[in-house]
Design a protein around this ligand. Structure first.
Ligand code: ADP
Ligand code: ADP
Ligand code: MG
Length: 475
C-alpha cells in the first residue's frame, strides 16, 4: 500500500456491504466512518465502524443525500468515500460532487459512470469498439407507436424493452407479440420514471434461454486492466439474481478466454478504472453479447474473491489510493468453484412479498468453505424501507458438484427464526437435478417456480410453525 494516499474512508451505505467495507478498511489499517439514519442507530455497520455519524431522522433520505454525505466526510476528515452498491453507487451527480469537493470516490471517474451507467450510451460505445451487443434500437421516446412496431418487427419477436437508466431488474418488459407492445412500452416508461427518474426506453432482441455471464474487471489509474474470471448469474427471478456461481460450470476454456478478452477490451475502450463488471448474455450457439456494465462493486463479488484469492474491496481501496495493479492476467486463475445464495426476508409462497419483522433466532451455517456476509443478528428488526436481502451465503469447494452439495448442506443448517425467509426455497433449488448438473439458463427458475414451491410446502409449514411459536412466546 502506498503510504499516505487514503487515511480515512466514509462508507456511504448500510447493511452487509457497509460491514464488508469496514472489514477491508481495518485489514488495511485505514480509519473508517459509518453513516446512518436515526432508525438505523442500532445497526451493525454503525457498531463495527471506528466512527459513525447520523445523517438524518428519516430512514432512507440521508443515504441518498450527496450534500449531507460530503459535508459529513469533510467534517470527520475522511479523504475518500466508498459508495458500496445500490444507493448512490452509480449516481453521476454524486460522483462529480465528491470529486469537486476534493475527495476520492472509490470507484471509476464520474464521466465513466455517466457513460456506462446509461445502458444505451454504453451499447453505442461498445458497438463503436467492436464489442458484440444485443441487436436493438436507439431510445424510442420520440418515436410513434407505428414506428416502434415496425422496429420490433424488424428485430423479430420476442423483444425486450429496457430503461436506459435501469438497474436491479427494474424497468424491463418482455414482449412476445405485437399486441402486447404498446401496453408494455407505457408501463416500462412509467416504471423507469418512478424508479430512475428517467423514462428513456429502448428495445433489444430478446435472447431466448440465454445464460447471464459476467466478468469481474479491475483497472488501476495507469491503464492496467485485467479480468478476474466470470460468474454465472443465470439463476434469476424477475430479472434479479438469486444464485450466482464462479466460475461458470459449463463454458469451455476457449469460450472463457474469448469472453474474457472481450470484457477487458470493453473496459479498455472507456479507460475504466477500479472495480466494475461487464455483463454478457450467452446464447445457445455460444454467441455472446454485451448487455451492460456495472460501474461499482457487485453484490456477488464475494464468490470471485473466494475462487481467485483477490480481496476485491481491498483492491478497490488500494487502486483508489494510487497503487499499481500488480496482478498480471496470466496469474489469474479460478481455483475451485464458489456459489452464492441470496437469502431474503420474503415469502416465496406469497409471490415473494417482503416479510419485515424481528429476527428471534439466528444460526448461520458454518464449517470449512462456508462464508456468510450479513448485517443481521438475533433481535435485529428488519426495516421495511430497504432491499430485503438478509444474508449472502457463499460456499466453496474444489468442483461444481462438491460446491452444490455444500450449498445444500449449508442451506439446511442455516436457521433464521421470527420472519419468513427464502431459505427453504433456496434449499429446494440446491436439490434440483438440472441445477446440480449445471444445466440451466435465465428462464430456469421462472419455469419451475410452481413445482419448486409445491415441493417446499413442507419446509414452509415448519417456518410458519416456528413463527407462530415465537409469537406465542411473546417474542
Ligand atoms: P448486482 O448486479 O450487483 O447483483 P443488483 O442489480 O442485484 O446488483 O442490485 C444491487 C443493489 O443495487 C440492489 O439493492 C438494487 O436494488 C440496487 N440497484 C441496482 N441498480 C440500481 C439503480 N440503477 N438504481 C437504484 N438502485 C439500484
Ligand atoms: P439490470 O440493470 O436490471 O441488471 P440488465 O440489462 O442487466 O438489467 O438485465 C437484467 C436481466 O434481464 C439479465 O440478466 C437477463 O436475464 C435479462 N435480460 C436483459 N436483456 C435481455 C435480452 N436482450 N434478452 C434476454 N434476456 C435479457
Ligand atoms: Mg444487470
Amino acid at each position: 500500500m502506498q503510504q499516505g494516499a487514503i487515511h480515512k474512508i466514509l462508507i456511504a451505505n448500510r447493511g452487509e456491504i457497509a460491514i464488508r467495507i469496514v472489514r477491508a478498511c481495518k485489514d488495511l489499517h485505514i480509519a473508517n466512518v459509518a453513516i446512518y439514519t436515526k432508525p438505523d442507530a442500532e445497526c451493525l455497520h454503525v457498531k463495527v465502524a471506528d466512527e459513525a455519524y447520523c445523517v438524518g431522522d428519516e430512514p432512507l433520505k440521508g443515504y441518498l443525500d450527496p450534500a449531507k454525505i460530503i459535508e459529513t466526510a469533510k467534517q470527520c476528515g475522511a479523504d475518500a468515500i466508498h459508495p458500496g452498491y445500490g444507493f448512490l453507487s452509480e449516481n453521476y451527480d454524486f460522483a462529480k460532487a465528491v470529486e469537486d469537493a476534493g475527495l476520492i470516490l472509490i470507484g471509476p471517474k464520474s464521466d465513466i459512470i455517466l457513460k456506462m451507467g446509461n445502458k444505451n450510451i454504453a451499447r453505442s460505445l461498445m458497438k463503436e469498439n467492436g464489442i458484440p451487443v444485443v441487436p436493438g434500437t436507439e431510445p424510442l421516446n420520440k418515436e410513434s407507436m407505428d414506428t416502434i412496431k415496425t422496429l420490433a418487427r424488424r428485430i423479430g419477436y420476442p423483444v425486450i424493452l429496457k430503461s436506459s437508466g435501469g438497474g436491479g431488474g427494474r424497468g424491463i418488459r418482455e414482449v412476445w407479440s405485437e399486441d402486447e407492445l404498446e401496453e408494455n412500452f407505457e408501463s416500462c416508461k412509467r416504471e423507469a420514471k418512478a424508479f430512475f427518474n428517467n423514462d428513456e426506453v429502448f428495445m433489444e432482441k430478446l435472447i431466448e434461454k440465454p445464460r447471464h455471464i459476467e466478468f469481474q474487471i479491475l483497472g488501476d489509474n495507469y491503464g492496467n486492466i485485467i479480468h478476474l474470471c466470470e460468474r454465472d448469474c443465470s439463476i434469476q427471478r424477475r430479472h434479479q439474481k438469486v444464485i450466482e456461481i464462479a466460475p461458470c460450470p459449463t463454458i469451455s476454456e476457449d469460450l472463457r478466454k474469448r469472453m474474457g478478452v472481450a470484457a477487458v477490451a470493453a473496459a479498455k475502450a472507456v479507460g475504466y478504472t477500479n472495480a466494475g463488471t461487464i455483463e454478457f448474455l450467452l446464447d445457445d450457439y455460444n454467441n455472446f453479447y454485451f448487455m451492460e456494465m456495472n460501474t461499482r462493486i457487485q453484490v456477488e463479488h464475494g464468490i470471485t474473491e473466494e475462487v481467485t484469492g483477490v480481496d476485491l474491496i481491498g483492491r478497490q481501496i488500494r487502486i483508489a489510493s494510487g497503487e499499481i495493479l500488480d496482478i498480471e492476467q496470466s496469474e489469474v486463475k479460478a481455483r475451485g468453484v464458489a456459489i452464492e445464495a441470496r437469502i431474503t426476508a420474503e415469502n416465496a409462497w406469497k409471490d415473494f412479498a417482503p416479510s419485515p419483522g424481528t429476527i428471534t433466532g439466528y444460526f448461520p451455517a458454518l464449517g470449512p468453505g462456508v462464508r456468510v456476509d450479513t448485517h443481521i443478528y438475533q433481535d435485529y428488526e428488519i426495516p421495511p424501507f430497504y432491499d430485503s436481502m438478509l444474508a449472502k451465503l457463499m460456499v466453496k469447494d474444489s468442483s461444481y458438484d462438491l460446491a452444490v452439495s455444500k450449498l445444500e448442506r449449508a442451506l439446511d443448517e442455516f436457521k433464521i427464526e421470527g420472519v419468513t425467509t427464502t431459505l427453504p426455497f433456496l434449499h429446494a433449488i440446491s436439490k434440483r437435478r438440472h441445477f446440480r448438473k449445471g444445466f440451466f439458463d435465465t428462464s430456469y427458475l421462472e419455469e419451475r417456480l410452481e413445482d419448486i414451491l409445491e415441493n417446499t410446502a413442507d419446509e414452509a409449514s415448519e417456518v410458519v410453525a416456528a413463527i407462530a411459536a415465537a409469537k406465542l412466546r411473546g417474542e
